[in-house]
Structures are given as structure tokens and as C-alpha cells.
Design a protein around this ligand. Sequence first.
Ligand SMILES: Cc1cc2nc3c(=O)[nH]c(=O)nc-3n(C[C@H](O)[C@H](O)[C@H](O)COP(=O)(O)OP(=O)(O)OC[C@H]3O[C@@H](n4cnc5c(N)ncnc54)[C@H](O)[C@@H]3O)c2cc1C
Ligand code: FES
Length: 274
Amino acid sequence: MPNMHLLKVAAPAVAKKAQPGQFVVIRTDEKGERIPLTIADWDEEEGSLTIVFMEVGTTTSKLTLLQAGDYITNLVGPLGLPAHIDRFGTVVCVGGCYGIASIMPIARAMRQAGNKVISVIEARSKFLLFWEERLRSVSDQLIITTGDGSYAAKGWVGDRLKEIIAGEDKVDLVNAIGCTYMMMLCAEITRPFGIKTIVHLNPIMVDGTGMCGCCRVAVGDETKFACVDGPEFDGHQVDWDLLLARRGIYLDDEIRSLQEWECQNLIDLSRREG
Ligand SMILES: Cc1cc2nc3c(=O)[nH]c(=O)nc-3n(C[C@H](O)[C@H](O)[C@H](O)COP(=O)(O)OP(=O)(O)OC[C@H]3O[C@@H](n4cnc5c(N)ncnc54)[C@H](O)[C@@H]3O)c2cc1C
Ligand code: FES
């Protein structure tokens, strides 16, 4: 699928302890930066982790070049607090972008805890959808929505969330993972109804263990470090403007880094091809 990739990593110690909602921090090579990626699934017996990532910049582009059997220099985890799983009643699990994969273990655990799980996933177009059957198998109901209407309902997660809230089920909890804007929108839709809405914040992270302060977010009146206090937070309490601003802080450097890396790669390729 364009831009979206699945990575299976052998990491037995992490697979043994992983829980829904947690993430790992990886470094592809000695000079590479550290980036956080959610553990979308794990197999304790096999000792493996499944990660689904979107290719957006230098590090995620480097990851796409890995072949089966290759190594990642470092992988640290599981990090972050596990998702809060309880018997809430009716839980709407929302996933967009890489969040389609990240929400799966949460939906599965919510259902195992006795909740009625309604999963809603969105993509711009049909060809960007994945894990439909996997999500269906862990949900009581799966609702799919595409921005261009090329598959299932036309529209965005917000449209479907409004319909669910207006429907027969009394929604007790919404749990959303995906792009910042989508999570913010979900929180705004549920706010007037007083429906508790959990979001998984994605600020820039470096160490992932509470030491650098890079992942600072404002939630209610408090400053939190998303890596150790989250990434799950109450969406109605999040300062979304601050989060969006801080996520874009290094945009110029990120664009330059990707351009330099792509140029270097082209030079290496042309040398190899003589
Ligand atoms: C807890 C958590 C879990 C995540 N899980 C996933 C996942 O499962 N799949 C997935 O595709 N993406 C996930 N992300 C986002 C992912 O970390 C970024 O897309 C990735 O770091 C981009 O790196 P890059 O070098 O390819 O791109 P860059 O060009 O460096 O960055 C592109 C954009 O990604 C964000 N970003 C860059 N560096 C970081 C960083 N160190 N930490 C966080 N965000 C950064 C910034 O907003 C930036 O503008 C997660 C983020 C967090 C915080
Ligand atoms: S990533 Fe450094 S404190 Fe959270």
C-alpha cells in the first residue's frame, strides 16, 4: 500500500511484556534519530512485534528499505502506560492512518473485558484501507468510512461518530488513535455530550522515558510528558493548539534531512549501477 508499511521485528523480551496502547522507540542506524512507533500487535510465543508505519520522512523512509532478515540498531520498549481497559459498556474505537492498526489491540482488549465494541476506521480512499477483517474480528460492529466515498460510507470519522451518538447505543467511551487533527475533532464532537474521549497523543519524542522533556503536552492545568504519563489522555483536557504547534517545530530541518538523504541515496544507487 502506498506509504503504509508493516514491520515485523523479533524482540522476545518486549513481546513478553507488551500491552495495548504501548509503543517502542527505534533507531535504524548509528547516526539515525530515535522515533516512537506503536506496537500494533505482538506474538509472545514467536517473540515478535508487529508495527504499522506511515512513510513520512527520513527515518520512516529508511525503514521501508529493510529486507527480511535485516537489523534495526536499537529498539526500546514497551514504553508508555498501557491503555486503560475496563468494563465501560459501549466503547467506540476510532482509527485513522496508522491508527487503524494501533487501535486493534485496544478494541480486542475492550471486547475481551466485556464491552460492546464499535470500531470506526477512516481513509482518504479505498486503496488506503487495511486490516478490515482483523478489526471486524475483534469488534461487535465495524464501520468504515472513506473521504472520497470509494468504499463503504462517504465522509470522515467525525460524520460516523455523530451518527453513532445519535443512534440507539448509549456511548460510554470513545478511544481514538490517528492524526492529531482527527483526534481533536473526535474530542470536539463528544464534548457537548459529556462522552469521555481518550486520545493517544503523538508529540515529538526522543528518549521515550521521561528524561528529555521533548514530548511535553498540556492537559488540563498540568504539564505532562506524553511518553511516561501517556500517550493516552483525556481528549477534552488536551491543549490541542500547543500540541499542533510543537509537532511542527522541526519541519524545515525534517524537509532538509529527507532531501539530503534522498540525494545521498541516489548517489549511492548510481555508483552501484556503475
Ligand atoms: C507514541 C507515538 C506512537 C506513534 N506510533 C506510530 C505508528 O505506529 N506508526 C506511524 O506511522 N507513526 C507513529 N507515530 C509517529 C511517528 O513517530 C513519526 O511519524 C515519525 O517519528 C516520523 O519520523 P521521520 O523521520 O520519518 O519523519 P520526519 O520528517 O522527521 O517527521 C515528520 C513528522 O513526524 C513527526 N515526528 C518527527 N520525529 C518525531 C519523533 N521523534 N517523535 C514523534 N513524532 C515525530 C513530526 O510531527 C514531523 O513533522 C507515533 C508517534 C508517537 C509519539
Ligand atoms: S520523550 Fe523525552 S521526556 Fe518524553
